[in-house]
Design a protein around this ligand. Structure first.
Ligand SMILES: Cc1cc2nc3c(=O)[nH]c(=O)nc-3n(C[C@H](O)[C@H](O)[C@H](O)COP(=O)(O)OP(=O)(O)OC[C@H]3O[C@@H](n4cnc5c(N)ncnc54)[C@H](O)[C@@H]3O)c2cc1C
Length: 533
């Protein structure tokens, strides 16, 4: 049943939440979770209960973890499960970015936008949609809030305290000595500590932007009113995912990206496919374009853009900024405990995720180049072994894939061709376009490819990029092969159900095997077959 939120949240109101939140003590660093409806009430009751009483600290903890995002939660739960006495400190919402303002809400909104995408292409599949699809934006956002609230029970303060045996302290944590953290006037003594304080959205210093008001991932999911014209500043994964989703849900979206390519780190061919899809869907993409200043009049915001020496003005109702993340290093008193950090790159760690203070470790966005939930989770597992059990587990031994959840998705693992070549490693690449894969053809999902790089002269997989509707799911097979050191040749003998899009991987492996059929081997085969005829 559709519940009407008590207040309708436009981009202006969501942005105002960012400002007014600085006056609220419990959430002094972050915007308030809005709107105030039953779902957000459930969310808050789980991840920052208003009546929470911090426990009396134990005399000493095996582990004190600062920050209860993915990295902190996994570290605390894993360590407590092994019998360690653990304290977990969170100043805002348990679950961190992923649950509250990142992966979970974005993937909910993307799911709704995919349905819209399917409906608009339905006539090509012989299915007429009686009236053009009509998006109920408030209902899309309400579904997101409902599912986020449901998932929040996993990360709840009560679950961690009562079921997992972790001492949960809600409040801002900071170091007060080489073996002590303070939170809300209580001192937590530790044998080892973990910094898992994550990162936050960066606000670019563009004149007039703050005055005009803008959204970030911290406020965009509070919207209940659809922005009619939306500018997305930054064509990274966050920008691309949300730009396509909002365009499909009915906003008129323009992406502004400084680089010549959006998703600048991705394979250029992958980005080119996505660009073509975006343009087909009516999304305006301005590459090689810089936002110089912003003015506002009434409900309109005017963006002054410059590209190749030419200036143009773009009028929108809302601006979403996704230009990068800054590590949350401030206020932890890291200097006092000898933890070296960089304001842009975060806490400095060695291969074992140990900071420059050997008693203190770090995990997640605060220290990793890979700013992903699964990377934070994997890093937390490394920290548990190394901090509690004299482990020597190294971050570099992990194979960390990633995926941008546009439609089609772009998923990647390992090295890019250019990076391998830069390191002097010879590469052979096997590419299968999705238009050669039966299932992609029958599904009408031919945009994309599977590209697998092997070390020249061998079948050792160095990396892969997949562009396909469900590239994130398909990539797992290659990540498994790389983790288990299975060569591309072996993937040719993996039987894939017919028809599946993952057959593209087997086709790439077959293509590799055909390279082994040298003229000499072919000649020998011919002679043998002639002789045995
Ligand atoms: C819009 C968006 C979509 C995303 N989608 C995906 C996706 O689909 N897949 C994916 O893998 N990743 C995704 N990510 C990235 C993912 O959310 C992060 O990589 C992940 O949340 C990092 O976890 P973390 O524990 O390191 O940090 P965080 O989740 O940021 O948690 C850090 C916690 O520490 C707390 N904290 C900070 N300072 C203190 C202090 N002094 N005392 C107490 N507590 C403190 C913060 O309040 C916060 O709760 C997305 C990110 C965004 C913004």
């Amino acid at each position: 049943m559709s519940q009407t939120p008590k207040e309708s949240l436009s981009a202006e109101a969501a942005n105002a939440a960012l400002v007014t939140s600085s006056q609220r003590s419990a959430f002094s660093h972050n915007p308030e979770i809005l709107p105030q409806d039953e779902y957000n009430a459930t969310l808050i009751a789980n991840v920052h209960p208003a009546d929470w009483q911090n426990p009396e600290p134990a005399s000493r903890y095996n582990l004190v973890v600062i920050g209860a995002g993915t990295a902190g939660l996994v570290t605390a739960a894993g360590a407590a499960g092994l019998g360690a006495k653990v304290a977990l400190v969170e100043r805002h919402l348990m679950g961190g970015d992923c649950l509250n303002v990142g992966c979970v809400p974005s993937k909910c909104v993307i799911r709704s936008s995919r349905v819209f995408g399917d409906l608009t292409t339905a006539p090509h599949l012989g299915v007429r949609v009686p009236v053009g699809p009509d998006v109920d934006f408030p209902a899309v956002m309400e579904r997101m809030r409902r599912l986020r609230a449901r998932l929040s029970s996993h990360d709840s303060a009560h679950r961690f305290h009562e079921q997992l045996g972790v001492d949960v302290f809600l409040g801002e944590g900071h170091f007060v000595g080489p073996e002590a953290v303070e939170v809300g006037g209580k001192i937590l003594h530790f044998k080892r500590a973990v910094i898992a304080t994550g990162a936050r959205a960066v606000h670019p210093p563009v004149p007039g932007l703050t005055e005009a008001g803008f959204l970030t991932n911290e406020t965009v999911f509070a919207l209940t009113e659809q922005p009619q014209r939306l500018a997305v500043i930054g064509g990274g994964p966050l920008g691309c995912e949300l730009a396509q989703a909002f365009q499909r849900l009915g906003s008129e979206v323009t992406i502004v990206e400084m680089e010549r390519q959006f998703l600048p780190r991705e394979d250029p061919e992958a980005a080119a496919i996505l660009l073509a899809v975006f343009q087909q869907e009516g999304l305006s993409v301005k590459l090689n374009t810089t936002l110089k200043r912003v003015t506002s009049s009434g409900k309109d915001k005017h963006l002054y853009l410059e590209s190749g020496g030419k200036e143009e003005v773009l009028a929108v109702n809302a601006i979403l900024v996704g230009v990068g993340r800054a590590p949350n290093v401030e206020g932890l008193n890291l200097e006092a405990v000898g933890v070296t950090y960089d304001k842009k790159r975060g806490v400095v760690v060695n291969e074992r995720l140990q900071t420059t203070n050997p008693r203190i470790y770090a995990a997640g966005d605060i220290c990793l180049d890979y700013k992903f939930t699964h990377a934070a989770d994997a890093a937390a597992r490394v920290v548990i072994q190394n901090a509690l059990f004299f482990g020597r587990k190294k971050l570099s031994t992990l194979t960390i894939p990633w995926c941008t959840y546009t439609d089609p998705e772009i998923a990647h693992v390992g090295m890019y061709e250019h990076a391998a070549e830069k390191q002097g490693i010879g590469v052979t690449t096997f590419t299968i376009p999705m238009r050669e894969v039966d299932r992609a053809i029958v599904d009408g999902e031919e945009a994309g490819f599977v590209k697998i790089h092997v070390k020249k002269g061998t079948d050792q997989i160095l990396g892969a990029t997949i562009v396909a509707r469900h590239a994130g799911e398909m990539l797992d097979e290659i990540t498994l092969a790389m983790t288990a050191k299975i060569g591309l040749g072996t993937l040719s003998s993996v039987i894939h159900p017919y028809p599946t899009q993952a057959e593209a991987i087997r086709k790439a492996a077959d293509a590799y095997n055909r390279t082994r059929l040298t003229p000499l081997v072919k000649k020998l085969f011919n002679s043998w077959l002639a002789w045995t005829r």
